[in-house]
Design a protein around this ligand. Structure first.
Ligand SMILES: NC(=O)C1=CN([C@@H]2O[C@H](COP(=O)(O)OP(=O)(O)OC[C@H]3O[C@@H](n4cnc5c(N)ncnc54)[C@H](OP(=O)(O)O)[C@@H]3O)[C@@H](O)[C@H]2O)C=CC1
Ligand SMILES: CC(=O)N[C@@H](CCC(=O)OP(=O)(O)O)C(=O)O
Length: 352
């Protein structure tokens, strides 16, 4: 797959959900070729043993992680690893000239003490962390264009921030009134087995978790603060819902100007996202469904106003494994390489 002029790409953490999405996307991308797969417990197996339905398309074995081998084979490296591992590999990969895109939380935080506090992991790669760019293209396109190291956002922060950004950037809501109520499918928890992700535990039920202390809150507040130009406090509550993929984030905030109507907000959002091809603003009175984004890099957003309570309500949906993880990383790479944002990425959900 790929063509003669294609950029060589490696994936560390290839056996995981993020990894297998990346494999699919790289195989279908016209300017990328897959040259390295790395892992831990899956090392030594062929990729086809792990994912038999892709055996016909991928003729690579998963290797034990070896920085020299990765840099020899790949110009660009994606890392889809548990938190705390990428920060031990990125400094050496960057020193060897690779571009690095990390899907974990290791390079999302501008203040490493915040990361260390919320993730319970000590860090010593401060200089490299300072180079990292937050990989949300709709907000940090210019920085991503120049980046060697991208810390790709978490799935909840992507859905939440795309809904919140115009409100915070333009000071449309009373400070600190923002509430994010978010729901995720179980693939958000990754492929590594956990009791809570078992069908018998998750099916027929919707459950809040991480209430008042989920580790995505400081990430949302960091970017929210950057947009607002001041520290912000955001109430974030995630829920696990019995589906495989998808996130719906419903955002509430008290309007500073109670005179604003839905059409005003629509105009503001339309202008804010005019150069964002993956954000699809829905017509007034139409509300998004997670299945519309399934398998794509799209984010569907709808705005509403409740004049009875003076609140704005913004709904956003993404596929957590795509815009919330793997395809957003490819969108970032497209921008780093000077290619079109849409290049090689699936645009249409398989749902009717
Ligand atoms: N799932 C989601 O919706 C999202 C996840 N993320 C983040 O992306 C990252 C990857 O997530 P996801 O794909 O869901 O994870 P998975 O649990 O599905 O996969 C984890 C991967 O990490 C590898 N791995 C585990 N431990 C080690 C180790 N010690 N050394 C090397 N490799 C190791 C595994 O390899 P092996 O099988 O060989 O052991 C596997 O390939 C995580 O940081 C996650 O928080 C971000 C946004 C959304
Ligand atoms: C449903 C589910 O469990 N979702 C995960 C979010 C995954 C993610 O994006 O986490 P990172 O910030 O570590 O990358 C969670 O709530 O922890």
């Amino acid at each position: 797959m790929g063509d003669l002029g294609a950029v060589s790409v490696g994936i560390v953490g290839a056996s995981g959900y993020g990894g297998v999405q990346l494999v699919r996307l790289i195989l279908e991308h016209p300017h990328l070729k897959l040259t390295y797969l790395g892992g831990d417990s899956s090392a030594g197996k062929s990729f086809g043993e792990l994912y038999p339905h892709l055996a016909h398309a991928v003729d690579l074995k998963v290797e034990k992680i070896d920085v020299d081998l990765i840099a020899e084979r790949a110009e660009v490296v994606f890392m889809g690893l548990p938190n705390g591992i990428a920060c031990g590999l990125a400094p050496q990969l960057l020193a060897k000239g690779c571009k690095v895109l990390d899907l974990s939380a290791d390079y999302r935080f501008w203040n490493l003490e915040t990361y260390e506090y919320h993730y319970g992991i000590k860090r010593s790669d401060n200089t490299v962390a300072e180079m990292a760019v937050y990989g949300l293209p709709e907000l940090y396109r210019r920085e991503i264009q120049e980046a060697q190291l991208v810390g790709c956002p978490g799935c909840y922060p992507t859905a939440s921030l795309l809904a919140l950004a115009p409100l915070l950037k333009q000071g449309l809501i009373v400070p600190d009134t923002a509430i994010v109520d978010a729901k995720s499918g179980t693939s958000g928890a990754g492929r590594t087995p956990k009791v809570g992700s078992l069908l018998a535990e998750a099916d027929n039920s919707i459950a809040p978790y991480g209430v008042a202390r989920h580790r995505h809150t400081p990430e949302i507040e960091q970017i929210g603060g950057d947009l607002a130009g001041r520290e912000v406090r955001i109430q974030f509550t995630p829920h696990l819902v019995p589906m495989v993929r998808g996130i719906l984030a419903t955002v509430y905030g008290t309007m500073r100007d109670p005179g604003l109507v839905r059409e005003d907000l629509f105009t503001i959002y339309n202008a804010f996202y005019r150069n964002a091809p993956w954000v699809r603003l829905l017509p007034s009175g139409t509300y998004p469904q997670t299945k519309w984004a399934y398998g794509t890099n799209a984010c569907y957003i709808s705005v509403e106003v409740d004049q009875r309570t003076d609140r704005v309500i913004v709904m956003s949906v993404i596929d957590n494994l795509m815009k919330g993880q793997a395809s957003q990383a490819i969108q970032c790479l497209n921008i780093m390489m000077g290619w079109d944002d849409m290049l090689g990425l699936p645009q249409l959900s398989i749902y009717p």
